[in-house]
Write a protein that binds this ligand. Structure first.
Ligand code: HEC
Length: 113
């Protein structure tokens, strides 16, 4: 059989595409370990991660098992994202301090609490 260089090219393109999709999937879902770093430097002052004890803000253990956010919205990624961005009269919003990537990671971490 004759050697077909185009097959090699196709193979490389497919592997490249698969890797890109994989990377995009990871970015979309966020990395909880990195989110934890964001939490520790930005949220930990007011929020306990492993208990419900209030230290200025409510402890966030079991956050995703709760019914509602203080603004009455159901707890899901979109509403938690909005909450962190905008806050309310008791908590400042973080939209100017946290990048999109940090936000995804942070939410991935909050889901584990
Ligand atoms: C200066 C203190 C302070 C900081 C820092 C802070 N928060 Fe808050 N947070 C609060 C207070 C106070 C509330 C309660 C608001 C209310 O009940 O109206 C709250 C509420 C919340 C809630 C809702 C909890 C529940 O029981 O439904 C979430 C989620 C939350 N904060 C996430 C965060 C995240 C994530 C960060 C870091 C990016 C952060 N907060 C930083 C003070 C803070």
């Amino acid at each position: 059989m004759r050697f077909r260089p185009e097959l090699k090219t196709r193979f490389i393109v497919w592997v490249g595409a698969a890797l890109l999709l994989f990377a995009a999937g990871c970015a979309k879902h966020g990395d909880p370990a990195r989110g934890r770093q964001v939490f520790n430097s930005t949220c930990d002052a007011c929020h306990a991660a492993s208990s419900q004890v209030n230290r200025g803000g409510p402890g966030l253990a079991g956050l995703y098992k709760r019914e509602k956010l203080p603004n009455g919205n159901a707890i899901n990624d979109r509403n938690v994202d909005q909450w962190i961005r905008n806050g309310n009269q008791h908590m400042l919003g973080y939209k100017n301090q946290i990048s999109e990537e940090q936000m995804r990671n942070l939410i991935a971490y909050l889901r584990t609490l």
